[in-house]
Design a protein around this ligand. Structure first.
Ligand code: CP
Length: 330
């Protein structure tokens, strides 16, 4: 990518690393620049013609080795709204299903001269492995239980829009912390941006050392964790990543750790609910909470497009100049 790029009035240069593997590698200033840039691109998605020429002639390859709805579609929409071409590849429809290694697949993709590679994989470390070997920017779209940086960025953007700031917010992250790449990236991003973070989950879904590693407060009950919280991020129960049963039943999980209308009253009066999706309805939260005015879950999805537009814009060389003016950062 070009050094010092934003081209946006009032937005400092981004100088992002070549690859986006997790938020550990970004400073508060770099994250702020991504969020400011995303604010500019939110406006594009509200237009009748939802397209700018910024990445005309560029190719973004979306390599998804694991199922996805929100991340894959929003990267695809983001690239298209920037006028880039996209090529989506999944494991089942590619030669990976015939035994071709990931690196060979990537080298072959590279031979087609992409300008960015977006990767989701069930194994932690795959985006870094590819980023270290390929010259184009690699964006991690979720790798195993390691990291999901674009999800954390869209969570930060959603909080900033709806709470007016991130610094000093009390944010609780509740659920399957041990198996969640979203939890990890959220903890890193929220702490970098100055939020106070509490995490809660069944002891079987927590890991030792979270306090020291992330600077968070840990609870094994949901009630004290969400009391007075400005925002609660409810995590999906990662049924596909659990080895053995970590709680007796989904019904039991909902009873002890799920968000319901009674528990919603424990939050700050204007406290909001987030969830990365897909929601296990009736497990992590009741349908009443999902549908309530306190839920920002579908707005997170909308903001995901803007964040991914910002990242593609900042990380891919663009011939067409800056996007529209951003709104002021807060
Ligand atoms: N939040 C998220 O990663 O959702 P998908 O698995 O649908 O992409």
């Amino acid at each position: 990518m070009s050094e010092g790029k934003t081209g946006l009035p009032g937005v400092p240069p981004a100088d992002l690393p070549k690859d986006l593997i997790d938020l550990d590698g970004l400073s508060e200033r770099q994250i702020t620049t991504v969020l400011d840039t995303a604010m500019a691109f939110r406006e594009v998605s509200e237009r009748e013609i939802k397209k700018v020429p910024t990445l005309r002639g560029k190719l973004a390859v979306l390599l998804f080795h694991e199922n996805s709805t929100r991340t894959r579609l929003s990267f695809e929409i983001a690239a298209k709204r920037l006028s880039a071409d996209t090529l989506a590849i999944s494991a089942s429809g590619s030669s990976m299903s015939k035994g071709e290694t990931l690196l060979d697949t990537a080298k072959n993709i590279l031979a087609m001269r992409p300008d960015a590679l977006v990767v989701r994989h069930s194994a932690s470390g795959v985006p870094k492995f590819l980023g270290d070997r390929l010259p184009c920017p690699v964006l991690n779209a979720g790798d195993g239980a390691h990291a999901h940086p674009t999800q954390a960025l869209l969570d930060l953007l959603t909080l900033r829009i709806h709470k007016g700031r991130i610094r000093d917010l009390d944010v609780a992250v509740v659920g399957d912390i041990a198996h969640s790449r979203v939890a990890r990236s959220d903890m890193v991003g929220l702490r970098k941006m100055g939020a106070k973070v509490r995490v809660a989950g069944p002891p079987s879904m927590l890991v030792p050392g979270l306090e020291e590693e992330y600077g968070v407060k840990v609870y094994d009950r949901i009630e004290p964790a969400v009391e007075g919280a400005d925002a609660v991020i409810m995590l999906r129960v990662q049924l596909e990543r659990q080895k053995g049963s970590l709680f007796p039943s989904s019904r039991e999980y909902a009873r002890v750790y799920g968000m319901n209308l009674e528990r919603l009253k424990l939050l700050a009066p204007d406290g909001v609910i987030l969830h990365p999706g897909p929601v296990n309805q009736g497990v992590e939260m009741t349908p009443e909470v999902f549908e309530s005015g306190r839920s920002l879950i579908l707005r997170q999805v909308t903001n995901g497009v803007a964040v991914r537009m910002a990242l593609l814009y900042l990380m891919v060389e663009s011939p067409e100049g800056p996007p529209p003016e951003p709104r002021q950062s807060r």
